[in-house]
Ligand binder design. Structure first.
Ligand SMILES: *Cc1c(COP(=O)(O)O)cnc(C)c1O
Length: 431
């Protein structure tokens, strides 16, 4: 697959280069030069999830990786399903939280780990990433135990939930975790400085594994096909409206790519919390990010969504007017009200999915039915959910197992010199 840089279209790269580089010149995003179009959608939808996902990914990677290699990568990455659960007469929920770290990011991170493993030249590689929660856990799990790859996760000390932290600080082995005595921005800043440091870049073979990596998006395309395959069994005559809880807009980009490949989807609703840059932009055409505000759906606390240029690029190449996209934003109070309503109707959810559920309800017309995506397990946001619903959400096995495990993270002040010395003495030396 050839990709081009959306900021510098003259830069064209292969899939393996795009995976390795992450970002292009001038921090531009890579986008496929051609989106493969499927002419046998019904036959594709009839396949089981893993076989169908292998087929879809091969449309992109043909010529670059042998078919057997891709089949193996997809089979290893997609070891869990994405069930579609009926919530009420018109709404279905695609549960994307059945992976090892209970968030949809497991799909993308695990496939990216397989790509790095398959495309690597045997040189040691270090994945350095900052996390405010879900990404760190998904990336750490996905790369745990891979040869030649070391992972370093920086997180803000005391600022993420105990359970969330336990999911990645207890792994050990090739996973190194550092509690930075600062906030998330300080962690991200340290990562940026490391990427600008030639000694570190070259000495450690640095890669970021963040959400703009194209491999993560390809993996996410596959579960939109799974959603429609399950939806059509119940509503063969309907096109699903799909509501996506959005932060950096990678998830929505993947949905648009699926539609561009020929998947029948009615329309998309982008649902955000109070960080509403996109809904405001879709309403008045003005791109005016406000300062990011903290909400109960904190994985969507993003005011400058990094994948937005890909959303626009996809609409442009497909000649879809941007006005076909619906943007809606909801307050914490509205999210909690929807969480309660869902629970009264018999469905246990969490604030991110609740926002999408409400966005869907408000945008369905009489004869329509639709899907909202559930991006995290309710137990991952146990504090909020327990309080809102006056219940005690039981921990799923993945969280129960780590709840009492020992945290192996090391503490560090916000100091680039300390980080650099740690990277060379502890991480590179394999101590
Ligand atoms: C990352 C995340 C999101 C936002 O997804 P994007 O692809 O960045 O739009 C939504 N919900 C949860 C639980 C997340 O972890």
């Amino acid at each position: 697959m050839q990709l081009y840089n959306l900021s510098h279209p003259e830069q064209k790269v292969s899939f393996s280069d795009a995976v390795r580089l992450g970002l292009g010149q001038g921090r531009g995003l890579f986008f496929p030069s051609n989106i493969p179009k499927l002419d046998n959608i019904d036959a594709v939808l009839a396949l089981p999830f893993v076989a169908r996902s292998q087929f879809i990914i091969k449309q992109f990677l043909q010529g670059e990786l042998a078919d057997e290699v891709v089949d193996d990568m997809v089979a290893k990455a997609f070891e869990f399903g994405a069930p579609l659960v009926q919530v009420d007469a018109a709404r279905y929920c695609l549960e994307l939280f059945h992976g090892p770290t209970l968030a949809f990011k497991d799909f993308g991170a695990r496939f990216m780990a397989q790509c790095i493993d398959a495309l690597g030249d045997g040189q040691p590689l270090t994945i350095l990433t900052a996390t405010s929660g879900d990404t760190g856990a998904a990336v750490a799990h996905a790369f745990h135990g891979l040869e030649n790859v070391k992972v370093v996760v920086l997180f803000p000390k005391g600022k993420i939930s105990e359970l969330q932290q336990k999911l990645f600080t207890t792994l050990g082995g090739n996973i190194h975790t550092v509690a930075i005595e600062g906030d998330f921005d300080a962690c991200q800043d340290l990562v940026k400085q490391a990427f600008e440091d030639q000694d570190i870049r070259q000495g450690l073979g640095l890669n970021s594994a963040n959400s703009i990596n194209i491999s993560r998006l390809l993996a996410q395309v596959c579960y939109y096909f799974e959603a429609v395959a399950q939806f059509q069994q119940r509503h063969p005559d309907k096109q699903a409206v799909i509501a996506v809880p959005s932060g950096n807009f990678g998830n929505l980009t993947a949905g648009l790519l699926a539609k561009a490949m020929g998947l029948t989807i009615g329309r998309f609703v982008a649902a955000t919390n109070a960080n509403d840059t996109v809904p405001r932009y879709l309403a008045d055409g003005q791109w005016l990010p406000h300062k990011t505000v903290a909400t109960l759906s904190n994985a969507m606390d993003v005011s400058e969504p990094s994948n937005w240029p890909r959303v626009e690029a996809c609409c442009e190449v497909m000649s879809w007017p941007l006005s076909d996209l619906i943007g809606t934003s909801f307050s914490d109070q509205q999210a909690i009200a929807e969480l309660l309503a869902l629970h009264q109707g018999g469905y246990l959810s969490e604030p991110h999915a609740a926002i999408a559920a409400r966005a869907l309800a408000e945008n369905l017309t009489d004869n329509e039915a639709g899907i909202f995506l559930a991006t995290a397990h309710p137990a991952k946001f146990k504090d909020v959910v327990d309080e809102a619903l006056s219940i005690d959400v039981p921990l799923p096995p993945a969280l129960r197992q780590v709840a009492n495990a020992k945290c192996l993270a090391q503490s560090m002040p916000v100091s680039f010199a300390d980080l650099k010395s740690y990277l060379f003495t502890t991480v590179a030396a394999g101590k």
